[in-house]
Design a protein around this ligand. Structure first.
Ligand SMILES: Cc1ncc(COP(=O)(O)O)c(C=O)c1O
Length: 404
C-alpha cells in the first residue's frame, strides 16, 4: 500500500485546508505538527476523571492505564521493553538525569566519549557530569566535508577506560546517520555503555534498539507528531543497576525510579496516540510493531522522494550551498546557505511567503563550530510525514526569488 500524503495531511488542523492552505512546515526537526488524534487524546484525558496512579478509584485506575499504555506504545515504537521505558519532560532533562546517575560510579582515569556531530543535549550533560566526577572527556571528530562520523572516528578515542559513548543516530543539522550498530559493537568491545540520541532519527526510521546496540535510547515525542515530552528506552535489568537521587517515598521500582514527580498523563496519552497514528500511516495487518514497520518504511520512501526533489531543486539554484554531502543517505533534512543573503534573512523572507524553514545552529553547538557556521547558522529544511510536493515547490520558489 503506498503512502497517501493527502489523506495524512487531512488529519492536521495546523496545515489548513486545500482552500485555505497554511504555512509549508519545514520546521519539523525543531518540532512537528500534531494530528487531531493526538490533540483529542490529550483533551480526553483533561476532560476525564484522572487522579494519581492507583487501583482504588476509577480515576486512579485511569491514570495507571494511561501510563501502562504509553509504556507499551513507546516500547513498540523502538522495539524495547515496556518495563524499560522512562518518561521525562524532554530528552535534555532525561539525559542530564542519566548522566548524573551514571557518573556516580565514574572517577579519575575513567573516560567518556562524546562527538562533535551531536546536539548539545547529548554532549554537555556528559561533559559536565564527567568533569564533576574527575573523569576525562574524549571527543570524536567528524569530517565537515561529508558530515559523516565514522566508526573509526569513535574507535580512535576509545580505550579500556571508556565508560560511556554518547552518539547520535542522526544529526539534527545535517541529517547524516552514523553507523550506530558498528559504533556500539566497537564501544561494547571496549567495555563501554552506549547512549544513543534518537531525537532526530526516530521520526524518520523504524527503530530497533537491539539492532542499534543502544544501551540507552532517548527520543522526544514532539518530534514524531506527539506532545512535548521526552522518552528513554533501556533494558530493565540495566536500569535496575542504576541508583538515581530520588525522593524517599517515591517508587524504587524500574522504570518509576527515574521519573520524578507526577507524570503528565495527558502528554502520555498524546504520545500513545502519536505512535498509533504513525502505525496507521499506511494500512497494514498485524501488531502495532508490525504496522509501524510497514508504515515507517512507506514514510521513509515518501520522505526520501521529496528530499531528492528538494536536493535537486536546490542544486539547480546558483548561489545555494548545501552543507554536508547531499549524495549520502541521510534523514530528510537539508542545511543550506544562499550567497549574499544572511541565513536569518532567508528565514524571514521565506516566512513572509508562508514557508517555515528556520535558520540557526539548532543547539548542535559543536557541529556548527566544525562546519564554520557558528556565527550566522544556516537554513534548515526538514521533511515531515505531512510534507507534500507542493510544499517543496513553495520552498524552492522562495529560495529562487531570494538569490542576488
Ligand atoms: C538531535 C536532537 N537531540 C536532542 C534534542 C533535545 O530534545 P529535547 O527538546 O526533548 O530536550 C533535540 C532537539 O531539537 C535534537 O534535535
Amino acid at each position: 500500500m503506498s503512502y497517501d500524503v493527502t489523506a495524512v495531511r487531512a488529519h492536521f488542523p495546523a496545515l489548513g485546508s486545500a482552500d485555505a492552505p497554511g504555512a509549508a512546515h519545514f520546521d519539523g526537526p525543531g518540532g512537528s505538527q500534531t494530528p487531531v488524534q493526538v490533540a483529542d487524546a490529550v483533551a480526553d484525558v483533561l476532560r476525564s476523571a484522572v487522579a494519581n496512579k492507583g487501583t482504588v478509584t476509577a480515576a486512579e485506575r485511569r491514570a495507571t492505564a494511561i501510563v501502562d499504555a504509553a509504556r507499551a506504545a513507546g516500547a513498540d515504537l523502538v522495539g524495547g521493553d515496556p518495563a524499560g521505558i522512562v518518561f521525562g519532560r524532554s530528552m535534555t532533562q532525561l539525559t542530564y538525569d542519566f548522566a548524573r546517575t551514571l557518573a556516580k560510579t565514574w572517577g579519575p582515569g575513567d573516560e567518556v566519549v562524546v562527538t562533535r556531530l551531536d546536539h548539545d543535549a547529548n554532549v554537555r550533560p556528559w561533559v559536565q557530569a564527567a568533569t564533576a566526577a574527575g573523569a576525562t572527556v574524549r571527543w570524536a571528530e567528524f569530517d565537515p566535508a561529508t558530515g559523516v562520523l565514522t566508526t573509526d572516528d569513535v574507535a580512535r578515542v576509545l580505550s579500556a577506560r571508556t565508560r560511556l559513548v554518547a552518539v547520535t543516530a542522526a544529526s539534527n543539522l545535517l541529517g547524516s546517520r552514523p553507523d550506530v550498530p558498528t559504533i556500539a559493537a566497537t564501544a561494547h568491545d571496549a567495555g563501554a555503555l552506549v547512549y544513543v540520541d534518537g531525537v532526530h532519527y526516530t521520526p524518520h526510521a523504524f527503530v530497533d534498539v537491539a539492532a542499534l546496540g543502544a544501551d540507552f535510547y532517548a527520543c522526544s515525542p514532539y518530534k514524531f507528531l506527539g506532545p512535548h515530552l521526552g522518552m528513554l528506552a533501556a533494558a530493565p535489568a540495566l536500569l535496575e543497576e542504576l541508583r538515581p537521587d530520588k525522593l524517599l517515598p517515591s517508587s524504587d521500582m524500574v522504570p518509576e525510579r527515574f521519573e520524578f514527580g507526577t507524570l503528565p498523563y495527558e502528554a502520555l496519552a498524546g504520545t500513545t496516540a502519536a505512535i498509533d497514528f504513525l502505525a496507521g500511516l499506511v494500512p497494514a495487518p498485524g501488531s502495532r510493531r508490525d504496522r509501524l514497520a510497514v508504515s515507517l518504511e512507506a514514510l521513509e520512501h515518501h520522505e526520501q522522494v521529496l528530499l531528492s526533489q528538494l536536493d535537486s531543486g536546490l542544486a539547480e539554484l546558483t548561489g545555494v550551498e548545501r552543507l554536508g554531502d547531499p549524495a549520502r543517505h541521510r534523514t530528510p533534512t537539508t542545511l543550506f546557505t544562499v550567497a549574499g543573503v544572511a541565513p536569518a534573512e532567508v528565514y524571514r523572507a521565506l516566512a513572509e511567503r508562508g514557508v517555515n524553514a528556520p535558520a540557526g545552529t539548532f543547539y548542535a553547538y559543536e557541529c556548527a563550530k566544525v562546519l564554520g557556521i557558528e556565527q550566522e547558522g544556516a537554513v534548515r529544511a526538514g521533511i515531515a510525514p505531512y510534507t507534500n510536493k507542493s510544499d517543496v515547490d513553495r520552498l524552492l520558489d522562495g529560495v529562487a526569488a531570494l538569490r542576488r
